[in-house]
Design a protein around this ligand. Structure first.
Ligand SMILES: *Cc1c(COP(=O)(O)O)cnc(C)c1O
Length: 459
């Protein structure tokens, strides 16, 4: 015990001396105590003092089959004994090739409509997958001789990563406003955020007013718009905003009608998070460019892919002197270890019937969440598969939010932590996003601890 304590103090001291944490006000960080995670197993994380917690947000939306999953561990170990990294610049390797085929089959096999997504471009995180999608779309139109298409249409409350291009198409003011002088101009369509509907319509009578607003922009500016980028079905970091049924399908139709490429950013929603392998499947939508990352390696290693159609790919073919090459690539693009982990991750979906097993769990998550609905300070509960958000409000009738500086979301999460659950909020939205492999029992505990925390903190 004494040894633990001294190691813990040591790590904490060094952390505060040397680290700068992401999305963190470090002044506050320096004044607080923090969990030091040393181990994981299944749906749980262990801290340095030996206490176990449910990993209620899948270590920020990445863990799929649980921590320390034997098959993925073994795949990485096997790969380490061969080689850990070689480049895809001018060379190739088996894990990248085998994974690419698996990814294409995964995307294509699940559609009723014939799908043309069949070219895989690797990178190493969600932001780069998005940057690649944007640059591909832009350059595609250049090769087609249409030079006017040089901007993008994106959504309010959209989140696509933190690099400058990804922030340019982002729509979360809290994160993005300060950088506005650096960003390229894009068009912004309303968010399908029914609880706080931008035009102030009621869902049943609205006939998707937000889509009409989107079409207006497309109608007026389609000659300038290379692509639309959207998080299918759920705007994640914007607050777990679930689009109404039919919305995505209409977006696809509008893109086709106005000759705008559709980029689906499935970095968060991909790999089973919404109950299907990819969120686009819910509405049988086929994007022109698909960005995936987070869950691709089961939450083990950084890897991402941008998958596109033969049509887009072919536009880049030519003699070298024509300079049609896609001049983009990251040093760790298609890393061998990460690809090996991703192959094992995908194989596990079949072996463990992950998606089938989720159906019941999704239903029971919904039922458990229903019990929180009546709470006095719970304004809205949104859920799609294993992506859920509980929006806390100061006044349920007027939907008045808590002021940000009250940090209600954080307070709820800290309370939950005392009871053995790690979650992380998005402002006033308490996020639940457990590993797909979580058991019914663990799922129940997760909601029970969350409900208790909400009740105590807002009560
Ligand atoms: C997390 C996320 C990204 C960015 O991914 P990083 O790996 O953090 O760069 C992009 N798009 C969506 C929808 C995300 O949720």
């Amino acid at each position: 015990m004494i040894k633990f304590q001294s190691v813990k103090n040591h790590i904490e001291k060094l952390d505060k001396k040397y680290l700068w944490h992401p999305f963190t006000q470090m002044k506050e960080w320096a004044e607080e105590n923090h969990l030091i995670i040393t181990e994981g197993r299944g749906s749980f994380l262990k801290d340095i003092t030996g206490k176990w917690y449910i990993d209620g947000v899948s270590s920020i939306w990445v863990t799929v089959h649980g921590h320390r999953k034997k098959e993925i561990n073994d795949a990485i170990k096997d790969q380490v004994d061969k080689i850990s990294h070689s480049t895809l610049l001018g060379l190739t390797h088996p894990p990248a090739v085998i994974l690419a085929e698996k990814l294409v089959k995964l995307v294509v096999a699940r559609r009723a409509v014939p799908l043309r997504l069949n070219r895989v471009f690797y990178s190493d995180n969600g932001s780069t997958a998005v940057e690649i999608g944007l640059k591909m779309a832009f350059q595609y139109w250049r090769h087609k001789g249409i030079k006017s298409k040089k901007t993008f249409l994106s959504l309010n409350n959209g989140y696509h990563g933190d690099t400058i291009g990804a922030v340019s198409v982002g729509g979360v003011d809290l994160f993005h406003n300060i950088f506005s002088p650096l960003l390229f101009k894009t068009y912004k369509a309303p968010s399908p955020y029914c609880y706080r509907c931008e035009p102030g319509k009621e869902l049943r009578s609205c006939r998707l007013y937000c889509l009409q607003a989107m079409e207006k922009i497309m109608h007026k500016h389609h000659k300038e718009i290379a692509a639309l980028i959207i998080e299918p079905l759920v705007q994640g970091a914007g607050g777990m905003i679930v689009a109404p049924a039919g919305y995505l399908k209409q977006v696809r139709k509008l893109c086709s009608k106005y000759d705008i490429l559709m980029i689906a950013d499935e970095v968060a929603t991909g790999f089973g998070r919404t109950g299907k392998m990819f969120a686009c499947e819910h509405e049988n939508v086929s994007p022109d460019i698909l960005c995936i990352a987070k869950g691709i390696t089961g939450g083990y290693l950084p890897l991402a892919a941008t998958i596109t159609t033969e049509e887009i790919y072919r536009a880049f073919l030519g003699e070298f002197r024509e300079l049609k090459t896609f001049f983009h690539g990251h040093t760790y693009t298609g890393n061998q270890l990460a690809c090996a982990a991703a192959i094992a991750n995908i194989d596990l979906f079949k072996k463990e019937k992950t998606l089938q097993k989720m159906r019941k769990k999704i239903e029971s998550l919904g039922k458990e969440l229903d019990k929180i609905k009546e709470f006095q300070h719970v304004g809205d509960i949104r859920q799609k598969g294993f992506m859920a958000g509980i929006e806390l409000v100061k006044n349920k009738k007027t939907k008045e939010p808590y002021p940000l500086e009250e940090k209600m979301g954080w307070k709820v999460c800290l309370r939950a932590r005392e009871n053995g659950l790690i979650i992380r909020p998005l402002g006033n939205v308490v996020v639940l996003m457990p590993p797909l492999s979580i058991s019914q029992q663990e799922l129940k505990s997760l909601v029970r601890i969350t409900a208790e925390a909400v009740r105590v903190v807002t009560g």
